[in-house]
Design a protein around this ligand. Structure first.
Ligand code: PGA
Length: 252
């Protein structure tokens, strides 16, 4: 069976003091049990200190974004090697906020995915449809296009060391969660696409759900066969909220 990954996407929140408290609260409350892991993704300036604090604990650290370039004249960008240098193991790529607010194309997301792997870290590739796309009946087409951009560039084998996050845009930060059935349908669709390409990768790739996941709905989502964890925004900012989801993962 696939392990569950409970990943916190802190977005642009936190401070040195608040982060230290949050991380120590999470570490102190990691539930007993096996078959799940915990990840926090702080903003860039705090990665090194959070990684130092979390070293040796059950909590891993990831970044929320990365440059697709290795080094050089890219003012304001952060290279993949820098992230691994300060202790990151994962990088979120293609979050819908990056795609919509910062105009990241699927080709750029694919380049970031590959750059992340080349630096020895695991990309968490986000895909998801807007409400308009869902209402127009194009959800699967949108997800397929987002996945294909990475599959074409990196190949299916690259997903042996990658995580996918299905995040319906209409559920992100809205308090509206996809029902477990809606999420499972899309997770099944995504895994089905991999089944057609490589059965081993299809069976092993973790597919997280993201979009207003919280303690109250986590167990129902995680009970579904193709949901292997969560990418959590709002509910990752308080230790007790994040740990409630970790509890659901530990009991799944
Ligand atoms: P949310 O964010 O849990 O606040 O909806 C999820 C995400 O954007 O990854």
């Amino acid at each position: 069976m696939r392990d569950i990954l409970v990943a916190g996407n802190w977005k642009m929140n936190g401070s040195s003091t608040a982060n230290a408290e949050l991380v120590s609260g999470i570490i102190a409350g990691v539930p007993e049990g096996r078959g799940f892991s915990l990840l926090v993704c702080p903003p860039f300036p705090y990665l090194a200190s959070v990684a130092a604090q979390a070293a040796g604990s059950a909590v891993s650290v990831g970044a929320q974004n990365v440059s697709e370039h290795q080094k050089g004249a890219f003012t304001g960008e952060v290279a993949p090697s820098m992230l691994s240098d300060v202790g990151c193991e994962y990088v979120i790529v293609g979050h819908s906020e990056r795609r919509s607010l910062y105009g990241e194309s699927s080709a750029q997301v694919a380049a970031k995915f590959q750059a992340t792997q080349a630096a020895g870290m695991t990309p968490i590739l986000c895909v998801g449809e807007t409400l308009e796309e869902r209402e127009a009946g194009t959800t699967e087409k949108v997800i397929d296009e987002q996945l294909d951009a990475v599959l074409d560039a990196a190949g299916v084998a690259a997903f042996g060391a990658a995580v996918i996050a299905y995040e319906p845009v209409w559920a992100i930060g809205t308090g509206v969660t996809a029902t477990p059935e809606q999420a499972q349908d899309m997770h099944r669709h995504i895994r089905g696409r991999f089944e057609a390409l490589n059965a081993d990768i299809a069976a092993s790739v973790q597919i997280l759900y993201g979009g207003s996941m919280k303690g109250e709905n986590a167990a129902g989502l995680l009970a579904k066969p193709d949901i292997d964890g969560g990418l959590i925004g709002g509910a990752s900012l308080k230790a007790q909220d994040f740990l409630a989801i970790a509890q659901a993962a530990a009991q799944n």
